[in-house]
Design a protein around this ligand. Structure first.
Ligand code: TXA
Ligand code: MG
Length: 320
């Protein structure tokens, strides 16, 4: 069976709620990327997420909730930093890792933590409120693929998802920032839409993880395997793409001010660049070129999340 895109009107929301209550899955829009949602308490539904995405079982899921109170109920404790960050940035593109309440199992974490966020998208919030369920939701793409920023992207990557609620293109276009609050100093597990500077204004110092991740057992941020967010084409990230020699046709991605002939040109503003990045990679990949050359963005903190995703998309752990 193949999936369907539905408008997020009363009928669409009702259909989505019925699927979620029947322990099935539904893709829905968030302000970052589209998520593949399931009742976080249902082992069956959560198992369906892992099956559809072909996601390794060691990689836990973010649980989406409608209110701070609902988040606290899923946590064993609620540190002062969680209180302050939630007040400052929720609903919004920030995921907080805290100790997990004992009654909650099944979202994949094999330790005692849980990742939580309130998404800032009216459709996501309506779905959460109407279902009354905490929704486990990873990005709605096959594991290691490019995250979806439109309903069409979801069905192209995951044709068997029964229903996709269409909320238009995601406004941030890059995943949430993931911050671990179980460490003495809060630790950045994944750079994302919300800038580090904004977090520091609230919490003070933030520890950065080693950007090198090893595919071993120690996984402080389980999802941060090296090859991730990758197109089918080979992606080459270069300081100057004009220096790179490739066999055959190549797509080129750059940003304003570093213009190159025949290239897709994104904004020189990191937030706008991030908003368009995945759609541009989807387009270049769909054009069938075997190689995508990407002009490396500046090495400043503002570009941290974009550089992280491009670095992962370029990493090749396999020989294709
Ligand atoms: O913007 C987003 O965060 C999107 C939308 C749908 O909310 N979701 C998303 O989910 O990007 P996913 O599954 O693609 O990435 C979740 C990240 C992974 O790196 C995962 O390892 C990490 O969060 N994570 C989840 N639970 C965790 C936990 N208990 N401890 C540490 N990291 C965790
Ligand atoms: Mg993902």
């Amino acid at each position: 069976m193949t999936g369907r895109i539905a408008q997020p009107d009363d009928a669409g929301i009702a259909e989505a709620v019925a699927l979620l209550r029947a322990e099935s899955v539904v893709a829905f829009p968030t302000e970052t990327v589209y998520g593949l949602g399931a009742d976080a308490f249902s082992h069956r539904a959560v198992g369906e997420i892992y099956r559809l995405k072909n996601r390794p079982s060691w990689n836990p899921l973010i649980v989406h909730v409608a209110t701070v109170e609902a988040a606290r109920e899923l946590a064993a404790d609620w540190p002062i930093n969680a209180e302050k960050l939630a007040a400052a940035f929720w609903p919004g593109p920030l995921t907080l890792v805290v100790r997990r309440a004992e009654h909650l199992t099944g979202v994949g974490a094999d330790n005692d933590t849980i990742a939580l966020r309130i998404p800032a998208h009216v459709v996501a919030l309506r779905l959460l409120a109407a279902s009354g369920l905490p929704l486990a939701a990873p990005s709605a793409n096959r594991s290691e693929g490019i995250s979806p920023t439109t309903a069409e992207h979801v069905l192209r990557s995951l044709p068997d998802v029964p229903l996709v609620l269409d909320g238009g293109p995601s406004s941030w276009g890059i995943e949430s920032t993931v911050l671990d609050l179980t460490t003495g100093v809060p630790t950045l597990l994944r750079p994302g839409a919300l800038a580090l500077r904004a977090l520091r204004d609230v919490t003070g110092a933030i520890a950065l993880r080693d950007t090198e991740t090893v595919d071993g057992t120690a996984r402080p941020s389980p999802g941060m395997s090296k090859r991730h967010y990758a197109p089918r084409a080979t992606l080459i990230l270069a300081k100057d793409v004009r220096d790179v020699e490739v066999d055959g046709p190549a797509g080129v991605l750059t940003y304003e001010g570093a213009d190159l002939p025949g290239a897709e040109i994104l904004s020189a503003d990191p937030r706008e660049y991030a908003a368009d990045l995945y759609a541009a990679l989807h387009r270049l990949d769909d054009s069938g070129v075997p190689t995508i050359l990407v002009q490396e963005p500046p090495q400043t903190e503002d570009w941290l999340a974009v550089r992280d995703r491009l670095g992962r998309a370029a990493a090749r752990t396999d020989l294709k």
